[in-house]
Design a protein around this ligand. Structure first.
Ligand code: 13P
Length: 252
């Protein structure tokens, strides 16, 4: 079974100097490979210097966004090939902040995900419903639509490199975490959809992360569920003390 993945999404925080200092601190705390995979996703400007700071470290590097185009006259965009060149292994695609604030819709997210795979990197596809959608009883249809569209046109075997993150929008940055039962239910639903699309083996091996107000106080309970194969952490990953406590989660 693949290792659980603990990923920190630093969003639009940290100067180059701060990001490098945090990365160095983290590698001091986790110098050797352990039974869980650690990834940090700093802003674009810090990717290359952080990748240098992480040379020969088991800690992986991720980007927070990517262009769906390989190169060309696309001012302000960064391609998947450039991210690979800067040392990234993972790319977050379809984060709810990008969907909501920057107009990214499913077909575009799907093109980004395919661009990431083509560059040899691993996409972390974010899905999740808003509070209004949950309250209307639409959480699962929304998630299903995001999964179907986000993973469209994937070739057999591609899914093995993908990670899915369930991030209910109402839990992001709100301090209101999904209960372990809510997360488990959504993860089981996502896995059943993946089974329908790609088959039993691929669905059993897929890592599904939970994201939304993960903290040192709730990580142990969340990770108790066999459906939760890791977490995507925002705010609490900006502080290396709290992020390292999250990485050191223990079940029960
Ligand atoms: P918070 O952990 O700050 O709620 O953010 C979650 C998130 O958006 C991770 O991608």
């Amino acid at each position: 079974m693949t290792k659980p993945l603990i990923a920190g999404n630093w969003k639009m925080h940290m100067t180059v100097g701060e990001a490098v200092a945090c990365a160095r601190h983290l590698r001091e705390l986790f110098p050797e490979p352990i039974d869980r995979e650690i990834v940090i996703a700093p802003p674009f400007t810090a990717l290359w210097p952080v990748s240098q700071a992480l040379t020969d470290s088991p800690i992986g590097l991720g980007a927070q966004n990517v262009s769906d185009e390989p190169k060309g006259a696309f001012t302000g965009e960064v391609s998947a090939g450039m991210l690979a060149d800067a040392g990234c292994r993972y790319v977050i695609v379809g984060h709810s902040e990008r969907r909501r604030l920057f107009g990214e819709e499913d077909a575009w997210i799907n093109r980004k995900l395919i661009a990431v795979l083509k560059a040899g990197l691993a996409p972390i596809l974010c899905v999740g419903e808003t509070l209004a959608q949950r309250e209307a009883g639409d959480a699962f249809p929304v998630i299903e639509g995001q999964i179907n569209a986000g993973l469209k046109n994937l070739e057999a075997g591609d899914i093995a490199r993908c990670v899915v993150a369930y991030e209910p929008v109402w839990a992001i940055g709100t301090g209101r975490t999904a209960t372990p039962a809510q997360a488990e239910e959504a993860h089981a639903f996502i896995r059943s959809r993946i089974r329908g699309l790609f088959g039993e083996t691929q669905s059993a091996d897929l890592r599904i992360l939970y994201g939304g107000s993960v903290t040192p106080d709730n990580i142990d309970r969340l990770m108790e569920s066999i459906e939760i194969n890791g977490v995507l952490v925002g705010g609490a990953s900006l502080n290396i003390e709290s992020f390292s406590r999250i990485i050191r989660y223990s079940k029960g």
